[in-house]
Write a new protein. Sequence first.
Length: 220
Amino acid sequence: MAITPDSVRDLLYSEDYGDRLRAVNQLRELEPTAAFGLAQLAANDGNARVRYAAISQLASLGQQDLATVEPLLRRALTNDPEADVQAAAADAIGGLRLRSAYPDLAALYHSTGEWLVQFSIIAALGELGEPESFTLLQEALASDNELVTTAAIGALGELGDKRALPVLLPYVTHPDWQVRHRLVQALAQFPHPEARAALETLTGDSSAIVAEAAAQHLQR
């Protein structure tokens, strides 16, 4: 049976959430304009898994109409009761570079007790490219959750604000090689002498993965 906008819409109105989830997966087979409209419908579904799947797709489909998708994503970010859905909304906001949503991201970072949501917000800030986020990213470096700290290092690299260098350089000696590896990727975004000097230091890292990554970036 051919997948059409009408067939997908019919599935989205099914009482079986499995049908509705299948409908969201089938959006990939549709023309983007049709898929976008149906993804908005699914993003308001009563089942969290369906909402999560739909909002994840809006990260790409939303480029068609940012003015329409932004309030939807901001509502999901701030009002959805499920952490997974909030995290997906943060990811989409970052991917679509909806900078005007930054205040919502910052407020939720400080109010949520869900590490996954905090992690997704910090990771999204790298893509968002909002200069105002520097302060929040600096704060996230001190998180008790090392995954959040690692995401902050990466996001500071993506942001490319020179103010990040003094707060990133101490991580050259961090005991976790995965943190140091992310640091290599972040430092590679800066054309400044102190970043290059740190990368040169990291070419002698005790982790072969870190040392090789630093050497590769220096050769570029």
